[in-house]
Design a binder for this molecule. Sequence first.
Ligand code: CTP
Length: 403
Amino acid sequence: MHSLHQRRLLLGVGGGIAAYKSAELVRELTRQGAEVRVVMTAAATEFITPLTLQALSGHPVRQALFDAQAEAGMDHITLARWAELVLIAPATADLMARLALGLADDLLTTLCLATEAPIALAPAMNRQMWAAPATRDNATLLTTRGLHLLGPADGEQACGESGLGRMLEPQEIARRATTLLSSGPLAGVRVVVTAGPTREAIDPVRFISNRSSGRMGYAVAQAAAEAGANVLLVSGPVALPAPAGVERIMVESAEQMYTEVMAHPCDLFIATAAVADYRPQITAATKLKKTAAEMSLPLTRNPDILAAVAALPQPPFTVGFAAETDQLEQYARGKLEAKRLNMIAANWVGERAAGAGFESDENALELFWPGGSLTLPRAAKLPLARHLVKVISEHFHQLRPSP
Ligand code: CTP
């Protein structure tokens, strides 16, 4: 997911054994497109060298509050203003205590006082230290002041003990940083979008598929990402690049799409994929030869991905798509009810589509939900997708006031 594209993160590294994971965190943040500047405490340099973090972030690492050379480039106030998020990982018990007191006795604590950016801490310490009343009070105080605590996690600790106090894994810290930085109606909401056709193999060279270009689904994924969501796009074979800020998993068959969707829990599921309803009962291991004058191909039903998601014990908000050549409302409402969806977006295909639909750049949608409907007039797929995502997010929040 490249949702940190060009976001400016100041990573503060405290002096704990988990500092070795900061290297991986810098990699993860930069991999997601973030600009990272690193500030280390003196104790942190005992655990990991500034050079490592300089090499990974591509910028000199700052340590000293009074550093004539560094101040000439970006002084500590400029650095504090530059940051969109100050992320401290690991945050030791000592660092939390100094922050709680409002000390400014080194560069990192000074920056925390000087910045207007949100501050997030990923605590890492021995479980007793985390449980100590002083640390508990400091954590409460810092949270009351609006600082965000990311973790800690429960589990095995470097000291050999086990309990609450482990630093969250770098990927999880990066994910939470993304959430903190995102804004928009779907900020922090986990969205899975399926898109494109599926391919059902007959033999190693042939398959059954359909004309879906995937463009509507890709536009929906992009619009959801623009609305601040963490978007996973599970896509069948199409020739489209992944939209910015969207994580993508490519699949071929309906069964693969089903497996990926089920492996990724979400808050909002939007099924735009034109999933093949059937697949060949048997996929031949070698290329079939034309020996007979006629042949028939026994087919078997594919899993209905959307219905399966909607039938989960705690289903996400589900949105289906329906492409119809006739009786649009009747069929669309039929699917809404049969699959127990929250909403369905229907569009005309074939003659009634008049140039819109599958392979076109434009589309129009009729939205139906239990007790209501709305027409989204014909538009290019991206503006249409943005309109759709706006309506979906309104309904989503009505149903779940605090996602
Ligand atoms: N869908 C799915 N998995 C399937 C089939 C469909 O997730 N195996 C989803 C599509 O992504 C779409 C909606 O279900 O959101 C379409 O419903 P469906 O009843 O399958 O549409 P059609 O295949 O067009 O159905 P019919 O042939 O009965 O009109």
